[in-house]
Design a protein around this ligand. Structure first.
Ligand SMILES: *Cc1c(COP(=O)(O)O)cnc(C)c1O
Length: 367
């Protein structure tokens, strides 16, 4: 049996007629950037996230950059984020001219609020909390910390569409929530796309202009802005897919529960979920000391796994000027050596998921 890590073609094959009809409608309309389909998607996305506003942009990285810009963050400012995230959580900070500052995470892969507090200086303006793997970050602690130190809190929700913390959806806690619609994310465009959610009217009004060259109408430019808009074609495809998101999330959670039941007696750490959390399992990451040997064993059995991420951001070449060293973030660095992402996409069959679990059990029985 072959189990690829992801199979995007399969998701589309199941919806092909609906997706082609939506595509045809856009091609015939001549409206390709923003427009009715994008507005419809934005309305539906804001309902999904229980926020007042949602705004389509070109990708998740731009969602972060535009959010930081909306807060006036620039040269001389510091913004704290997690070193174990996808690198865009940090590059977005650097690209505004500000300095990314890292704080270590806890065993749930999310920012450790105590470490965040220690990293605060007079220059700190904001915290970007990443809901990594689709599990919500500790929002109560991070929000009260931000209030105490008068910092803005931005949520990086790229992996967490539909995730909940104490019954409330991610994207509605911070000043903005930044989502990616990249093909590998839980709600995926056929290309790049992103969304910013917010409950703040003035931020929303700024972002409407900032994503479209700073134009306040067709001909009048109020400030230099970006070209960062969502395509109508992507929005039309996403409007089809939105109908299935709940079902897909349910299936991801079902697979996660299955892995948990099958693997819990082995000598590996499994993703957890506290009673007040609802995770959406963008990734299902196990941790074990024999990670490389297990990855090889699974590859030999036709099962593809991934490592998210093999190099922490503070040790990337691009981050060299920040002066971090190996040993600065022990929890992140230890996780880098032990993490392994198993296939968890909704289209996996019962047989495939069973085969993955059995193959892991076989590895440990052999040892
Ligand atoms: C994917 C991702 C991003 C970047 O999103 P793009 O749409 O690829 O620009 C940012 N942060 C995290 C945590 C991500 O997983």
């Amino acid at each position: 049996m072959k189990v690829p890590y992801i199979n995007l073609g399969l998701q589309h094959a199941n919806l092909m007629n609906e997706l082609l009809a939506a595509t045809g409608k856009i091609l015939g309309s001549g409206q390709f950037i923003l427009g009715d389909e994008v507005s419809k998607f934005e309305n539906r996305f804001s309902q999904l996230c229980q926020t007042r506003y949602a705004l389509g942009v070109a990708n998740g990285t731009d969602a972060l950059i535009l959010s930081l810009k909306a807060l006036g963050i620039s040269i001389g400012d510091e913004v704290i984020t997690a070193p174990n995230s996808f690198l865009a959580s940090a590059s977005a900070i650097a690209l505004t001219g500000a300095t990314p500052v890292f704080a270590d995470v806890r065993s749930d892969f999310n920012l450790d609020p105590e470490k965040v507090e220690k990293a605060i200086t007079k220059k700190t303006k904001a915290v970007i909390a990443v809901h990594l793997t689709g599990r919500p970050a500790p929002m109560d602690e991070l929000l009260s910390l931000s209030q105490k130190h008068k910092l803005a809190l931005i949520e990086d929700c790229a992996q967490a569409v539909g995730a909940e913390y104490k019954g409330k959806r991610t994207g509605g806690f911070g000043i903005t929530g930044c989502f990616s619609l990249h093909p590998l994310k839980n709600l995926a465009a056929a290309g790049d796309g992103g969304v910013i959610t917010t409950n703040d009217e003035s931020i929303y009004k700024y972002l409407l202009k900032a994503r479209n060259h700073g134009l306040k109408n067709r001909d009048e430019c109020e400030f230099w802005g970006y070209n960062s808009r969502l395509d109508s074609l992507q929005a039309a495809l996403l409007n089809v897919k939105l109908d299935y998101l709940d079902k897909w999330t349910g299936r991801r959670r079902e697979i996660a529960r299955f892995y948990h039941d099958k693997l819990q007696s082995l000598h590996i750490a499994l993703p957890g979920e506290k009673p007040h959390e609802k995770a959406v399992y963008h990734t299902y990451i196990i941790q074990c000391d024999e990670r490389d040997a297990l990855k090889e064993h699974l590859a030999a059995k036709g099962i593809e796994t991934k490592i998210h991420y093999p190099v922490p951001i503070h040790l990337q070449e691009a981050a060299k000027y920040l002066g971090y060293r190996k040993g600065d973030f022990p929890v992140t660095e230890k996780q880098t050596e032990t993490i392994l992402s198993l296939p968890v996409y909704p289209e996996l069959t019962k047989e495939e998921v069973g085969y993955v679990a059995d193959s892991i059990i076989e590895f440990y029985n052999k040892k």
